[in-house]
Design a binder for this molecule. Sequence first.
Ligand SMILES: Nc1ncnc2c1ncn2[C@@H]1O[C@H](COP(=O)(O)OP(=O)(O)OP(=O)(O)O)[C@@H](O)[C@H]1O
Ligand SMILES: [Mg+2]
Length: 227
Amino acid sequence: MTRDDGVVLQDVCKSFSGAAGSVDVLRGVSIKLAGGEAAAITGPSGSGKSTLLHLLGGLDRPTSGSITIHGRRPADMTPRELSRFRNRTIGFVFQDHHLLPQYSVLENVLLPTYALGRPAAAAQGRATGLLEDVGMGHRLHHRPAELSGGERQRTAVARALMNGPRLLLCDEPTGSLDSANAEAVGQLLLDMHRREGNILVVVTHNPNLAARFRRRFQLVEGRCSAA
Ligand SMILES: Nc1ncnc2c1ncn2[C@@H]1O[C@H](COP(=O)(O)OP(=O)(O)OP(=O)(O)O)[C@@H](O)[C@H]1O
Ligand SMILES: [Mg+2]
């Protein structure tokens, strides 16, 4: 592990203000993850889990405090630097797959590579390989609407891994699946995490999934503690 290889949140606060007033969602969250670590984040609905994941993924900025990802601070980047950084360094898996309905499974997995300008043949090879790894090798040319929920989510995992992100963020990745598929997708995330050596952060309401992570955190009323 190099010195910069990790994720550090220091006293991160996030408030939202709108017509209805101001809400303090995160009230001083500090977390340190070393390269290659996997962490589960649990907590009641509304406790700020998705907000925290958005901050980690550079989709939003903290109100105060700092976030460092592999030695870099997304909050200091220009929009252009940030989108490049996100595309290369961070993968996302959401509760609802977010696949584009008009594209095939293979095309959906290839999408993140377009901005990188990599040679098409190499990208095709990696996409096909990843889809085989997640058990979707037989569905390359199907559209998302033709897949089961578990298959869509496995495709979303392949897409998130496509650019070899060093940080993979998952928000309720098994939340819309039945227990057998939830188990399979949870196992897949952990297997791929071990193989790719990335940092994996999974927000989950599923206690069986959370129990399989070495690092566990609980968010309650905007504060975070080891669980
Ligand atoms: N853009 C926003 N503007 C105002 N308030 C927001 C915004 N985004 C989130 N919130 C508020 O922040 C709080 C935390 O929301 P968040 O989505 O992070 O919760 P969560 O822990 O992910 O919940 P769930 O388990 O239901 O997904 C909620 O009270 C929500 O209303
Ligand atoms: Mg949420």
